[in-house]
Design a protein around this ligand. Structure first.
Ligand SMILES: CC(C)(COP(=O)(O)OP(=O)(O)OC[C@H]1O[C@@H](n2cnc3c(N)ncnc32)[C@H](O)[C@@H]1OP(=O)(O)O)[C@@H](O)C(=O)NCCC(=O)NCCS
Length: 239
């Protein structure tokens, strides 16, 4: 068996918000310099069909649900840097937000999409294949991190998608976003390949690499004929 080709080393990595150190700053600086010219996003996937999804208990008395329009104010209290218009745009696009409620407050959430999404980091549209569901903008409030909320809500999300007949859960993570890759890997996602983007004047150069036998979903330019930003505008994917 050959070793997976798409395993980040973590040598150059974006900060995960932990206490800064000289080494951490050097790693982050290196990552910023490299990704100014060359960007990679790892494509990760978790099969939903024919498996028993583990159920995790959160270390807080939370209940899980899907964000409704009447909950937008609660969401904005949880993510003050996100605008109400952005939340509405995501909802209009058909995206859903799975949330963890602690009493009347949201303390953790993640968005999911099943149609085309715009990936700003790559300046491309990701065409989500039928049966796939794409997760983005996962966030746990600082005061509640490290209590298993993400794992528990993620399991609820995956079980909901499974019960709806979806085939697999997919995500993109920047190669330099090492902590996020570790967390997604711990959650059971496998890295199937990578999208590459060399930033050049004009269009840039794009290519893909995959693990043996894998095929990645299509990524296209928003300017390509037949692709409309209007259908993708709601979903801004985070690195
Ligand atoms: C990532 C994030 C959602 C995790 O939330 P959380 O509720 O604290 O996560 P959990 O307590 O459920 O832990 C999830 C797993 O990830 C691990 N983990 C959490 N933060 C980590 C970090 N910075 N580096 C490596 N592993 C980490 C935990 O150890 C746990 O694994 P384990 O069950 O094998 O021990 C939260 O830290 C966050 O909001 N970060 C900022 C946004 C972000 O990075 N989003 C991308 C997520 S992929």
């Amino acid at each position: 068996m050959t070793a997976p080709r798409h395993r980040p080393t973590g040598r150059l990595r974006f900060s995960d918000g932990s206490k800064p150190s000289i080494r951490g700053i050097a790693r982050e600086l290196g990552a910023r310099v490299v990704t100014t010219a060359y960007r990679r996003m790892l494509f990760m996937s978790y099969p939903l069909r024919g498996i028993r999804i583990p159920v995790y208990n959160a270390g807080a008395d939370v209940s899980f649900g899907i964000l409704e329009p009447k909950d937008i104010d609660a969401y904005l209290r949880f993510r003050p840097a996100t605008s109400g218009r952005e939340v509405e745009r995501r909802m209009l696009h058909g995206d859903r937000c799975f949330v963890s409620w602690l009493s009347d407050n949201i303390v953790d959430a993640c968005w999911t999409a099943t149609s085309t999404v715009y990936v700003p980091y790559m300046r491309r549209l990701l065409h989500i294949p039928e049966g796939d569901v794409y997760s983005y903008d996962s966030f746990t409030t600082l005061s509640h991190r490290g209590r298993g909320l993400y794992m528990a809500r993620n399991s609820f999300t995956a079980r909901t998608h499974q019960s709806e007949g979806l085939r697999r859960s997919i995500a993109l993570v920047a190669y330099e976003n090492y902590s996020a890759w570790l967390i997604l890997t711990r959650s059971g996602l496998k890295t199937l390949g990578a999208y590459h983007y060399l930033r050049t004047p004009l269009k840039g150069i794009y290519w893909e690499t995959t693990e043996p036998g894998q095929v990645l979903p299509l990524m296209t330019s928003p300017r390509e004929p037949g692709t409309s930003m209007a259908t993708a505008i709601g979903a801004a994917s985070k690195i």
